[in-house]
Design a protein around this ligand. Structure first.
Ligand code: G6D
Length: 349
């Protein structure tokens, strides 16, 4: 496995380093210490043409200025926390809100805004970038000093493994994710509506006001949310269901069924033959289809089109601390948080 690194600029007065891991099959992954963000994923198509298959900004400054979350490590909490408040062990905690009265993606100084430290490890079969950061007690309103490690491993088997490890000195909340957007066509001016998705999920979380979960888990059966059999993503953009109409696609958490040995999700693009199989130990995956075009910044010189990419944000169900039955996202000093998601890349002829 080949490894290279380069300083790409500064943020918060610290050098930002980008690391590139390349495997023998022409797949290479670049990730930077700003936000522990993946910034490029080069992958051949069925004709051997190599393209970048994820959304990425044109410069470090654009990441810092616009905070698009593209490819970023999100935390302490992915998604929204209702009114930015939660009760924990009899104490009500008020977070710093950054989306109306709610908190989104860990608040204004979320983990995606950190310049992380990093170390690289490489062998014949795989190479890893181990990112680490410390989130101070009280940062964005969260209790406890949180120590986080997220590792990106590229293997000779064409897998990108994302693994988390975290500890805290006081009870706190932790529900991270990676906010990578895939566009397997390799052309961000092509919407992902012709991509195929297969998703092992029979229920999704209903969104209410301000895209906050209502607490209801609705069956996918008989709705545009049912991708247990492979289907085209265009279905989600047709607006035939109040929930897809509400956000002009998917911006929804899907509860995963986790059948042994079966991918939790398969995203593919028939034209290029590129396929991503996703396996995770997390309860759910938030699928967001970049449902609005963006003209406040450009990518590769163009405004970003609607449906330019699709996320597969594995995590516990959002707002779990405030929603009965959504799982446990409390991390206590005597615990070690671990999580793993694997994205396996294949090319179908
Ligand atoms: C929008 O509601 C969506 C989020 O799910 C997404 O993560 C963000 O844009 C980038 O707020």
């Amino acid at each position: 496995m080949k490894v290279s690194e380069a300083i790409i600029g500064q943020a918060h007065g610290k050098d930002v380093v980008a690391y590139t891991l390349t495997n023998p099959n022409g797949i290479s992954l670049t990730a930077m210490t700003y936000g522990a963000s993946i910034t490029e994923l080069l992958m051949p198509d069925k004709n051997g043409k190599v393209d970048n298959v994820i959304l990425a900004m044109d410069s470090l400054d654009d990441y810092v200025t616009h905070r698009p979350y593209y490819g970023a490590t999100i935390g302490r909490i992915a998604g929204r926390i209702t009114k930015g408040a939660f009760d924990l062990d009899g104490t009500t905690h008020q977070l710093v809100v950054n989306e109306g009265v709610n908190q989104l993606h860990g608040g204004p100084d979320g983990l995606d805004t950190h310049v992380w430290d990093a170390e690289v490890e490489a062998s014949a079969d795989e190479a890893s970038i181990h990112f680490t950061t410390t989130d101070a007690d009280g940062a964005n309103g969260y209790p406890g000093t949180l120590s986080v490690k997220v590792s990106y491993t590229l293997t000779a088997e064409n897998e990108w493994k994302v693994t988390y490890r975290a500890t805290t000195d006081q009870p706190t909340l932790f529900n991270p994710t990676n906010h990578v957007y895939f566009n397997l066509s390799g052309d961000i001016n092509q919407p992902i509506l012709q991509h195929n998705l297969q998703l092992n999920s029979a229920a999704f979380a209903e969104l209410g006001e301000s895209n906050m979960p209502t607490g209801a888990l609705l069956p996918t059966e008989g709705t545009p949310f049912d991708f247990r059999n492979e289907g085209k993503l265009a279905v989600a953009a047709e607006g035939s269901h109040p929930q897809t109409r509400k956000v002009a696609g998917f911006d929804h958490p899907f509860l995963l069924q986790h059948d042994e040995g079966k991918p939790d999700a398969i995203l593919s693009d028939a034209e290029s033959g590129r396929t991503v199989k996703m396996y995770t130990d997390q309860d759910s995956v938030v699928i967001y289809m970049h449902n609005a075009a963006i003209d406040k910044y450009t990518v590769a010189g163009n405004p970003v089109i609607q449906y330019a990419g699709i996320t597969l944000e594995t995590q516990a169900l959002p707002d779990a601390i405030n929603q009965e039955g959504f799982g446990d996202i409390v991390l206590r000093p005597d615990e070690v948080y671990t999580a793993e998601t694997i994205y396996k890349f294949e090319v179908q002829q």
